[in-house]
Design a protein around this ligand. Structure first.
Ligand code: FE2
Length: 344
């Protein structure tokens, strides 16, 4: 039976002061938070130096070459879909222990990446998501992807208020012609109003347990937002910049027309205090098994599982699957706290 919208996500303890700050337009911070609360997103310049971003991109490409399928970053004639392991939407690697490669954890532990989230949530005691990387080779070379826009939010309509803020650490250029994030600017604060006016009824086949914090939008829905003053913006950023957005903000990723290899790490942080003991145990177990999860750090902890292939009509584990990362992360105290393995 298709899962139904009647399911109610578990209650999440949310500090009321944080919600007030997100909903009180008179609050002035004098930093990126003003733009963030006004527009539902912000670009934080130089979370990493460009050199460090380039180094991390190089590690990401090492990883992509490590599957031995023929992809060579230095030889564009090898930039073909068949020379790459399977991914979602052209470059999101949900399997192969990708989320736990050392370089990905190194990015998540970067002080310049963590600091804006600590400021936003007003605590240094954070947990981070086990979501993954996106390495998308240009369509102009490898051919078209499924490039139809998929406007959505990553928060269930039943969750009221700001409960998750997502992040993209840019390891490559995201200019106007490059691939990158598109947001419906100003849509986050209209989240409750939208679902009050457009209640979700009937079967919602997309809503599995893993995808409960997700809702897709139609063209008419987008018009609902634009008629209230929202506008679509392609978010531009440079290597080393951090993009953050409220999970209630309507968004999707646009493929580029340039030859840039879009390379990003998704990194979302929320207060560790919001995690229940049961979720902490689940998260620690997911970490020990190098599983990749959703964007949510403290709840909605579901693995994407193993990559599969169909052979003679039978679904089997992709022979390229890995039980552990190629290069394991160093288990520092900082990392283990962010992973939820060690409590604060
Ligand atoms: Fe999303």
């Amino acid at each position: 039976m298709a899962p139904s919208r009647i399911d109610t996500p578990e209650a999440t303890p949310v500090a009321p002061t944080k919600l007030q700050s997100s909903q009180n337009p008179k609050t002035q911070y004098g930093d990126f938070r003003d733009e963030f609360f006004r527009n539902g997103y912000a670009v934080i310049k130089g979370a990493l130096t460009p050199e460090r971003a380039q180094e991390y991109q190089s590690r990401a490409l090492d990883w992509l070459e490590s599957f031995g399928l023929g992809f060579d970053r230095h030889d564009k004639s090898t930039w073909k879909k068949e020379n790459l392991p399977q991914s979602w939407k052209g470059g999101m690697y949900l399997h192969f222990s990708a989320a736990h490669e050392k370089y990905v954890w190194d990015v998540r532990c970067e002080p310049g990446v963590i600091a804006p989230f600590a400021k936003l949530w007003e605590t240094d005691e954070l947990v981070v998501s086990f979501d993954t990387v996106n390495i998308t080779l240009p369509q102009s070379i490898v051919g078209e992807y499924d490039s139809k826009p998929w406007p959505h939010v990553d928060q269930a309509p039943e969750r009221s208020g700001m409960q998750c803020v997502q992040g993209i650490v840019n390891l490559s250029e995201a200019g106007p012609a490059d691939g990158g994030l598109v947001v419906m600017k100003g849509s986050a604060p209209l989240f409750d109003e939208f679902f009050a006016a457009n209640p979700v009824t009937g079967p919602t086949p997309w809503r599995t347990a893993k995808h409960k914090d997700f809702h897709p939008f139609s063209e008419a829905d987008l018009e609902w937002y634009t008629s209230r003053g929202c506008e679509l913006v392609k978010v531009c950023a440079e290597p080393g910049d951090l993009i953050i957005w409220d999970s209630r903000q309507v968004h999707w990723a646009r493929f580029g027309e340039s030859e840039v290899v879009r390379t990003i790490v998704y990194a979302t942080y929320t207060p560790a205090a919001w995690m229940t003991d049961a979720d902490r145990r689940t998260k620690a177990e997911l970490f020990e098994h190098f599983e990749t999860t959703t964007h949510w750090p403290h709840t909605n902890l579901y693995t994407h599982g193993k990559a599969t292939v169909t052979v003679d009509g039978e679904e089997r584990v992709d022979p390229l699957e890995r039980d552990e990362p190629l290069t394991k992360p160093v288990r520092t105290e900082r990392l283990l706290k962010l992973a939820g393995v060690i409590p604060y």
